[in-house]
Design a protein around this ligand. Structure first.
Ligand SMILES: *[C@@H]1O[C@H](CO)[C@@H](O)[C@H](O)[C@H]1NC(C)=O
Length: 133
């Protein structure tokens, strides 16, 4: 996959829509508890291959008893930009792990995951390699 200007335009539009929907949602701090679960796998040094299945894991030990948004979503991020590629969604954020299939993407060592519960958290940068061709 080559990152084209169309891709970046799509990503920019996506980011803009996320920001717009975030600001359109009124935050009532007294009733909402923001939970930002830290990603524990993949970590720095992790190498994934396209097509593999892995458990993404995160720490739920600090989870408050009341969470505003219990549904999680994981997006792929590359070179500091969150892409529209969804690896998993609509899972319980309190599970602490979810299986994802590594998509076929350009090889790189600057991938991160963006785990969303109430709020987004980034994994450390890790590597995705291709099918070995
Ligand atoms: C993910 O974790 C579950 C529970 O520990 C396990 O059953 C499953 O095999 C794991 N998947 C992979 C791809 O390791």
């Amino acid at each position: 996959m080559k990152f084209t200007s169309t891709f970046f335009a799509t990503t920019a539009a996506f980011v803009a829509s996320v920001l717009a929907s975030a600001s359109a949602t009124p935050l009532t701090r007294t009733t909402r508890t923001v939970f930002t679960p830290p990603v524990t796998y993949p970590h720095a040094g992790t190498v994934w291959f396209s097509g593999q299945t892995h458990n993404v894991t995160w720490d739920t030990s600090e989870a408050p008893s009341q969470i505003t948004n219990k549904l999680g979503r994981i997006l792929l991020r590359k070179d500091g930009v969150t892409t529209p590629l969804i690896l998993a969604e609509n899972f319980d954020i309190l599970l602490g792990r979810i299986e994802v299939k590594v998509p076929l993407v350009v090889e790189g060592s600057d991938y991160q995951l963006n785990l969303f519960g109430d709020w987004g958290d980034f994994s450390p940068e890790f590597t995705i390699q291709g099918y070995g061709i």
